[in-house]
Design a protein around this ligand. Structure first.
Ligand code: ATP
Ligand code: MG
Length: 392
C-alpha cells in the first residue's frame, strides 16, 4: 500500500496576493528538510501539499518528524493512496490501512471530501459505505457522529483517493524566509534559543551572533551555543553564526568604567556591534531573549538604555513571558537539556555587586565614554569567527 503525507497550509492561506510566494517558500522549505531522506515528489493542489515518497526505503516516521518542524504547516497526516479511484478500492483500503488505530478505539465516524466532482458517489454515500465496511471488519466498533474517538477521513481528489486517520498538529507559524532577516544575539542560556525559535516561527530567517570572552569563557561554552543552534536550525533552517571576540572590550569596561554600570555598558556595546554585523549581513532587526524584570539589566529603564545603543528594531519575543513558560517551550524544542549545561557566559564574568536597576541614560553614556571603545569594536569586527549550522 502506497503511503503519502498530506499537508494543510496555515495562515498563508489568508495572505491574498502573497499567497503564491508563501506557498512556493513553504514547498521549498519542505523539500530541503526531507532531501536527505530519499527521493520525493512534492506538489500542491487545492490548498493541500502532497509529499509522495519515490523510494521504497523511505521511513515515513522520520519524514513526519522533519515535517512537524516546518513553519507554515497547520496539520499534516499520513494517508494511504487507494489503488484505484473507485469506491471499492476505498472500502478495501480503509479497514486495512487503519486496522491498528481502529482496534484501539470503541467509536468512530467517517467523513468524506470529494473535490473531484466527477466521482460517481457523493460524500454522504462514501462515508456511509466506508463506515459499513469498517463495521463489518471490526464488529466491536460503534459509530458516533458527535464525539468519535477516531475520525476516518476519505478524500477523493484529482490525483486519487486517499484514506487517513486523525491529522497531527504542525508547527504553525509562517514559512521561514517570508518574514525578512534578523540577527539573534545568542548565549548558551535558556532564553535566547527560545527567542530565536519564536521569531523563526514568524517567518524570519536568522543569523546568529555570539559574544565570547576567552579565557574567561571556554571553547566548550561556544560549542554549547553551536549545539543549541543546531536544535534551532531544525525549525529555522540553515544559519550562520558569527562569534565576536569580546575579551578586550570587557576587560576595558572593567578597568575604565564605574562598576555599577558594567553590565549596561557591556550590553550597549553588544548592541552596537550586533547592529553593525546585522547590517553587513542584510539583517534588518536584532532579537534578544530578554524578559521584563528577569534580571537587573531587564528592567524597563535598563532596556531603554540598551535599546538606545542600536539604531534598528530590537525584537524581544519573550518580554511578557514567565520563566516557566519559556522553559516549557525549551522542552518542546529540545533545547532545555543543553541550555542547563553549566558553562560560563561572557555576561556572567565581571558582574557588578550592585547593578543599576533604575539607570539614567545620560549617566550610562557618561560612564561608557570613559573607555575608548571604537577601535576595539573595529578589531572585534575584523576578527569574527564564522560557523555554518546546517539543518540536519
Ligand atoms: P539567556 O538565557 O538567553 O542567556 P538571560 O536571561 O541569561 O538570557 P542575559 O544574560 O542578561 O539574560 O542576556 C540577555 C540577552 O542578551 C540574551 O537572551 C541574549 O539575547 C543576549 N546575550 C547574552 N549573552 C550573550 C552572548 N554571550 N552572546 C550573544 N548574546 C548574548
Ligand atoms: Mg545569559
Amino acid at each position: 500500500m502506497k503511503e503519502i503525507i498530506l499537508i494543510k497550509m496555515g495562515e498563508i492561506v489568508l495572505k491574498g496576493l502573497n499567497r503564491r510566494q508563501f506557498e512556493d517558500k513553504l514547498i521549498k522549505n519542505i523539500k530541503k528538510t526531507i532531501k536527505s531522506l530519499g527521493e520525493f515528489t512534492v506538489k500542491v493542489a487545492q490548498s493541500t501539499i502532497y509529499v509522495i515518497p519515490e523510494d521504497d526505503f523511505i521511513d515515513l516516521d522520520e519524514v513526519c518528524d522533519k515535517i512537524g518542524k516546518v513553519f507554515g504547516i497547520v496539520t499534516y497526516s499520513r494517508a494511504a493512496m487507494c489503488e484505484e479511484k473507485s469506491l471499492e478500492s476505498v472500502l478495501k483500503t480503509a479497514p486495512e490501512y487503519l486496522a491498528e488505530q481502529l482496534k484501539g478505539v470503541k467509536t468512530f465516524k467517517v467523513e468524506s471530501r470529494r473535490s473531484d466532482k466527477k466521482f460517481p458517489f457523493k460524500s454522504p454515500e462514501i462515508s456511509r459505505e466506508t463506515g459499513g465496511a469498517i463495521l463489518r471488519a471490526f464488529p466491536h466498533l460503534k459509530v458516533d457522529v458527535h464525539n468519535p474517538e477516531l475520525t476516518v477521513m476519505v478524500e477523493i481528489r484529482d490525483f486519487g483517493a486517499y484514506v487517513r486517520g486523525a491529522a497531527i498538529r504542525g508547527a504553525g507559524g509562517i514559512p521561514v524566509g517570508t518574514g525578512g532577516n534578523a540577527a539573534i544575539l545568542i548565549s548558551g542560556g535558556l532564553d535566547s534559543p527560545v527567542a530565536a525559535w519564536m521569531m523563526a516561527k514568524r517567518g524570519v530567517r536568522l543569523t546568529a551572533i555570539h559574544f565570547a570572552s576567552p579565557p574567561y569563557t571556554s571553547e566548550r561554552a561556544e560549542q554549547k551555543v553551536v549545539k543549541l543552534l543546531r536544535k534551532v536550525a531544525l525549525y529555522a533552517g540553515d544559519l550562520t553564526m558569527y562569534t565576536v571576540p569580546f575579551t578586550e572590550i570587557q576587560e576595558t569596561i572593567r578597568k575604565k568604567c564605574p562598576e555599577d554600570y558594567f553590565t549596561l555598558i557591556m550590553r550597549r556595546l553588544m548592541m552596537k556591534i550586533s547592529e553593525r554585523i546585522a547590517r553587513d549581513k542584510k539583517c534588518s532587526a536584532l532579537i534578544t531573549g530578554e524578559s521584563l524584570g528577569q534580571v537587573a539589566s531587564q528592567t524597563i529603564n535598563a532596556i531603554a538604555c540598551t535599546d538606545e545603543a542600536a539604531n534598528m528594531p530590537v525584537f524581544r519575543p519573550l518580554i511578557g513571558m514567565d520563566k516557566q513558560e519559556i522553559i516549557d517551550i525549551s522542552y518542546k524544542i529540545d533545547t532545555y537539556e543543553t541550555s542547563i549545561e553549566p558553562y560560563e557566559d561572557c555576561c556572567t564574568v565581571f558582574t557588578p555587586k550592585h547593578p543599576r536597576t533604575n539607570p539614567s541614560l545620560e549617566k550610562v553614556i557618561a560612564a561608557e565614554s570613559e573607555g575608548d571603545f571604537e577601535p576595539m569594536i573595529e578589531t572585534a569586527l575584523n576578527n569574527l569567527k564564522v560557523t555554518y549550522i546546517n539543518n540536519h
